[in-house]
Design a protein around this ligand. Structure first.
Ligand code: CTP
Length: 219
């Protein structure tokens, strides 16, 4: 397969030197890229800034902001068999980032934010689906859901609302950690629970499940 993976937390600039971001380490996305390469797939890794070592054999696309990540996904999506959105994309970005460094005034300040595009939702809407007329392969779209309560209910809602082929649910404890507890849901199959596993082991399982989904394309 040609697998497109996103990783890391985006940066939304307030001024040229300050930004809003999140605690994502990029570990899950990079582990997925390594697992996919190991399984013999072609990998394009769209990555926000992280301290992870890039897997040599992957095509690397560096981005910073949610808008840049969206542009990069749009550019590469049509050529991939599978997209895995492991990146922690900012949901909001400053409406008017300052062109020069903001000076302090000693008074309180308000930063107005606007929503970013939900890249995963865009991909779920635009993916190629299996059709009898056109002999094209369907595209598999995999998302993550970071939830601190009602994990399964909320993750399943994202799976449906974003028209995904698989959702990987985890909790905030997963951020930056080497090991994680996750639950995976594929439409019409039961939940798969993986506990206290390394991100490398989780990545291997996710790639294996995408391979199974890809095979159903040809049936
Ligand atoms: N995602 C995305 N584009 C965004 C925000 C999120 O593609 N602008 C993707 C993430 O990469 C992840 C999935 O959506 O695969 C779920 O992200 P999450 O933060 O759990 O949920 P949200 O959909 O952003 O919703 P909420 O913050 O309300 O939980």
């Amino acid at each position: 397969m040609r697998i497109l993976i996103t990783a890391g937390g985006t940066r939304e600039y307030i001024d040229p030197v300050r930004f809003i971001s999140n605690a994502s380490s990029g570990k899950m996305g990079y582990a997925l890229a390594r697992a996919a390469l190991k399984a013999g797939h072609k990998v394009t890794l769209i990555t926000a800034l992280t301290s992870q070592k890039p897997p040599g054999a992957a095509k690397l696309v560096n981005v910073e902001t949610a808008a840049q990540m969206f542009e990069a996904v749009k550019k590469h999506f049509s050529r991939c068999d599978c997209l895995i959105m492991a990146a922690a994309v900012a949901d909001y970005t400053p409406v008017r980032p300052a062109g020069t460094k903001i000076k302090k005034t000693g008074k309180s300040m308000t930063i107005k934010l606007k929503p970013t595009t939900d890249i995963l939702k865009w991909a779920g809407k635009h993916k190629k689906v299996k059709s009898k007329k056109v002999k094209s392969k369907r595209q598999i779209v995999v998302g993550f859901a970071l939830e601190d309560k009602a994990i399964r209910v909320r993750a399943q809602k994202k799976l449906k609302d974003k028209n995904l082929d698989m959702i990987v649910a985890n909790s905030p404890a997963a951020i930056g950690a080497d090991k994680s507890n996750i639950q995976i849901k594929i439409p019409n199959s039961s939940w798969v629970k993986i506990q206290n596993a390394t991100k490398a082991a989780i990545a291997k399982k996710i790639i294996c499940l995408t391979e199974k989904l890809h095979l159903t394309t040809f049936k």
